[in-house]
Design a protein. Structure first.
Length: 402
């Protein structure tokens, strides 16, 4: 079975996902075009050799609908023979796009592919695509449906993470992201977003607040008490976990992932396909996995899928040099650290979505690229990338630097 290799990756900066955000004027397809075009130009890629473009998109409706991957490939002047497909596994869509492409290569059915994701959360609102899970009582009741923020508070309550611990984690994420930017650690992968006149709209992650400290976070009110009480979701949480007497609300805008716009792209292929274009691989996809997890806790999927992917790879956490765990909420990463007794210095070393934001369909491929750059910067060998997912799932990928 051939191996699948990563040859390069790029991402846009993350723009604040609001009407006054720097990327609000940029249509979804243009964000995707920017990374596809940049990936081609910087590698000298002959796009006729690309067997597929796989892009994650969590709300593929309106301007983001109708197979945005194929449309973006055409807009980026990829060859007419390059197909495209949009996939959706909620927050892991971008990482699953990489895994789907890698699987095709490993199966010998493709030689080279581009994978990644895109989300314009300022233009196509979160949840715009709808779905039965939140609104159909038959499945909502069965799965103990609750908004993810309630689930995050449930995790914090169940596993003992108080407001101070969650805020301290958020402060550290902001500090690490600021250091990474100040030291130029993202410089090799960022694609500035420009308008039709080639004027730069954004070249730096816009959501960051490097001056964040415990005092500023302490001034923020928890985001989810009203939702828990008036919406009845607090009762749902306690029904799912009756061992908990009451729900502690510890999450707010400062220790939760930011709503942002952005896109990402990763070039994958067999060693032979890369060599034919004069490219050297940067990393090998060693293993990947998906799993379902308890729907009520919902966001503990990274713990479950990490056990699965490490077993598949014949590895333990001791074999992993760096971990990237999407910072959907502070409690997600705190639970991950707790479950595996990990050294925090090995996890999200350049900050994460709390500081820089979480452009849903793009994040997975973004953080895979981030950790690859960090492996190269530090001379380390292996990394594990994982994300929690709505409805209780987890996705993970293990890469090995070449």
């Amino acid at each position: 079975m051939p191996d699948a290799y990563v040859f390069d990756h790029v991402r846009t900066p993350r723009g604040r996902g609001k009407p006054d955000g720097a990327l609000h004027e940029v249509p979804t397809i243009r964000l995707a075009e920017a990374v596809l075009r940049a990936l081609r130009d910087r590698t000298g890629l002959d796009t006729a050799a690309v067997d597929d473009v796989v892009l994650g998109c969590v709300d593929p409706v309106g301007e983001a609908g109708g197979d945005v991957a194929r449309a973006a490939a055409m807009l980026a002047d990829y060859g007419d023979g390059v197909p495209g497909i949009q996939i959706n596994r909620f927050c892991a869509s971008g990482l699953d796009a990489v895994n789907f492409a890698a699987a095709q290569i490993m199966a010998g059915q493709q030689d080279m592919a581009v994978a990644g994701g895109v989300e314009s959360m300022s233009r196509v609102g979160i949840g715009a695509s709808g779905g039965a899970w939140p609104v159909d009582p038959e499945i909502a009741i069965k799965s103990y449906f609750m908004p993810q923020g309630i689930s995050a508070d449930l995790i914090a309550t169940k596993y003992g993470f108080d407001r101070t611990a969650c805020d301290a984690y958020a402060v550290e994420s902001q500090a690490r992201a600021a250091t990474a930017w100040n030291e130029g650690r993202f410089a090799g992968s960022i694609v500035p977003v420009r308008d039709v006149n080639r004027i730069t709209l954004l070249d730096r992650d816009e959501h960051m607040r490097p001056g964040t400290d415990m005092q500023s976070l302490a001034a923020l009110k928890p985001s989810f008490p009203a939702m828990a009480e008036q919406g009845g979701f607090g009762a749902v949480a306690l029904q799912a976990h009756p061992e908990i007497e009451s729900l502690e609300h510890v999450h707010h805008a400062g220790n939760s992932s930011g709503i942002v716009d952005g896109a990402s792209a990763v070039l994958l292929g067999s060693r032979e396909a890369g060599a034919a274009q004069g490219m050297r691989p940067r990393a090998r996809i060693r293993a990947f996995a998906n799993t379902g997890s308890e729907p009520a806790l919902m966001l503990t999927g990274p713990v479950d899928v990490t056990k699965k992917v490490l077993g598949r790879a014949g590895m333990t956490t001791a074999d992993i040099d760096l971990f990237e765990v999407n910072e959907a909420f502070a409690a997600v990463v705190l639970r991950y650290l707790q479950a595996f007794d990990l050294d925090p210095a090995k996890v999200n070393v350049n900050g994460g979505a709390i500081a820089m934001g979480h452009p849903l369909g793009a994040t997975g491929a973004m953080i895979l690229g981030t950790v690859l750059d960090e492996l190269e910067r530090t001379g380390k060998a292996t990394a594990l990338v994982t994300l929690c997912i709505g409805a209780g799932m987890g996705t993970a990928t293990v890469i090995e630097r070449v």
